[in-house]
Design a protein around this ligand. Structure first.
Ligand SMILES: [Mn+2]
Length: 303
């Protein structure tokens, strides 16, 4: 299976002790969470580079400890280390415009989503620009899985079209809502008129209320630009007056506590929009790796 979809030489998260390199059916069966990189950037942005994020996050994961501070578990030590796997990257072809994403192993996402849902496990994606949420979420939806999306972002991503592209990072949540999926948004602090109008016209896109709404299954999408650019400058579209890392961590801790108490099932998550082309000192990749570690820890703590 490996040769069909892994890019040659894709590294693994340093604290993933059970990387795909050593994968056996037993390990797959034992895992509660699979991580996969989705190295995609659409070309509607002039700041190309998010496709390099999975590799950069994995490289800089070498600088951080494997202990998740929020979940209080060590992701690099058993029993937790055996509970998750980093499979490496999807093999992605870039096309000029439109939703012309091409995967070397097109059925792989479907197989992974099916595996995750049927076995009650979690699929974690490292983006890529934010567009990658669409093919992932659509794959789950097409399998008949019904869920809501919780969307952390400085942007609403509700443009109908951006730079003549209907399928890109700026339109992604509009396309997701058109599938019939409810979206709960938090962290937004920049907008255009068409997004305001769209939000007024649809029942499917709302602010995330301070008390968790009744939810069954959830997909969590984290755009790193929810954080202030002084903390994580290397994102494709930085927006000022953002969250601190402490605010993000405190939010995530509360959110997952709510999931646990209300028995909400997390089907998958993504961490997107790191742009290593602008990461001059490695700071942003290091922090992205930390955020990913915490989400992995929290996801495992639900199992
Ligand atoms: Mn954003």
């Amino acid at each position: 299976m490996r040769d069909n979809f892994l890019r040659d030489g894709a590294p693994f998260l340093e604290f993933a002790k059970n990387s795909y390199q050593e994968l056996s059916p037993d390990k797959l069966e034992l895992a509660d969470l699979l991580i996969i990189g989705f190295p995609w950037s659409g070309l509607s942005s002039s700041r190309l580079g998010a496709f390099k994020a999975p590799k950069s996050i994995r490289t800089y994961s070498d600088l951080i400890e494997s202990f998740s501070e929020l979940a209080e578990i060590d992701l690099g030590e058993d029993p937790h280390a055996s509970k998750w796997l980093d499979l490496g990257d999807l093999s992605v072809k870039l096309w000029w415009s439109g939703y012309k994403l091409s995967l070397k192993a097109p059925n792989l996402l479907k197989e992974l989503a099916k595996w995750a849902f049927e076995k009650g496990k979690v699929l974690g994606i490292i983006g890529g620009d934010h567009f990658i949420t669409y093919p992932v979420v659509k794959t789950f939806w097409d399998l008949g899985v019904r869920f809501s999306v919780i969307h952390l972002d400085a942007h609403y991503d509700l443009h109908d079209e951006f730079e003549r592209d209907r399928f890109c990072y700026a339109t992604v949540m509009r396309r997701v809502s058109e599938l019939g999926i409810s979206i709960y948004q938090i962290g937004q602090r920049t907008r255009v008129k068409e997004e305001i109008i769209f939000r007024e016209e649809t029942d499917l896109v709302k602010d995330l209320p301070s008390s968790l709404p009744p939810l069954d299954h959830v997909y969590l999408s984290i755009d790193l630009d929810i954080l202030d650019p002084s903390i994580i400058p290397a994102v494709t579209n930085p927006v000022g007056a953002g969250w601190t890392l402490k605010e993000l961590y405190s939010f995530l801790k509360g959110l997952f506590k709510g999931f646990r108490e209300r028995k909400v099932k997390l089907i998958g998550f993504d961490v997107v929009e790191l742009n290593p082309a602008f990461d001059l000192d490695g700071r942003s990749s290091t922090l992205a790796s930390e955020v990913l570690r915490e989400v992995i820890g929290l996801a495992l703590s639900l199992m």
